[in-house]
Design a protein around this ligand. Structure first.
Ligand SMILES: *[C@@H]1O[C@H](CO)[C@@H](O)[C@H](O)[C@H]1NC(C)=O
Length: 205
């Protein structure tokens, strides 16, 4: 009897906390905004019902240039089998790609994606990435994950952030919009669903 009462009180407290909590749902609108089928799911996902969280959807394009005057990816190191392995295993690359609001190179500049990745699959050309997305206001979103190099689509894990995206967690969907078969230069479309804490409201240094 006493245990039943304790459980009931605990249950009431948890429910009261859940019901009184309100979520801030902010959406950053950018040009060429589209509503994707997964949007509702991620908007309503509750990761931490007891904390104050901010939801942000980000949509932008990355200019991934392997060759030419705006080259934005460079080789750093290779393994002893990189050239013989069909999967370029062990190649380490560093990137600093331009991020724009629209797919055109001259559309509004939104930020840069900077970091390293390594070809880390013995059987197919797939990479393990460690990238920081740096936005114009100095906020960052850090992404880790695996992408198949020539796959049209991929997903990356958002593991943290700063500024507007303090304590970020979420998911980034990548879609290859165009890839030049001669140069491998490509434009990647990204959609990010980000949960973060309320920003501290301090100036970003
Ligand atoms: C390189 O970038 C500049 C500035 O965005 C652009 O005007 C130029 O067309 C680009 N060149 C190539 C080959 O994409």
């Amino acid at each position: 009897m006493e245990n039943t009462l304790k459980i009931f009180i605990l249950y009431s407290m948890v429910m009261a906390t859940l019901l009184t909590h309100t979520h801030a749902r902010n959406t950053i609108s950018m040009p060429t905004e589209t509503t994707l089928p997964e949007e509702e799911y991620f908007k309503n996902l509750i990761i931490n019902p007891l904390g104050e969280e901010k939801f942000t959807k980000l949509h932008f394009y990355i200019h991934d240039f392997v060759h030419g005057e705006n080259q934005s990816v460079y080789n750093v190191a290779e393994s002893s089998i990189t050239t013989d392995s069909g999967a370029l295993f062990g190649r380490v690359q560093v990137v600093d790609h331009l991020i724009t609001a629209g797919p055109e190179l001259d559309s509004e500049k939104v930020g840069r994606v900077q970091g390293i990745h390594v070809m880390a699959d013995l059987h197919e050309a797939a990479l393990g990435a460690n990238w920081n997305f740096l936005f114009n206001d100095g906020s960052t979103i850090t992404v880790l994950g695996r992408l198949v190099a020539f796959a049209k689509e991929g997903e990356l894990t958002i593991v943290g952030g700063t500024g507007e995206y303090l304590m970020a967690r979420g998911i980034a969907f990548k879609r290859t919009l165009v890839m030049d078969p001669d140069t491998w230069n490509s434009i990647m479309e990204y959609t990010m669903y980000v949960y973060s804490s309320k920003p501290m409201g301090l100036p970003i240094v």
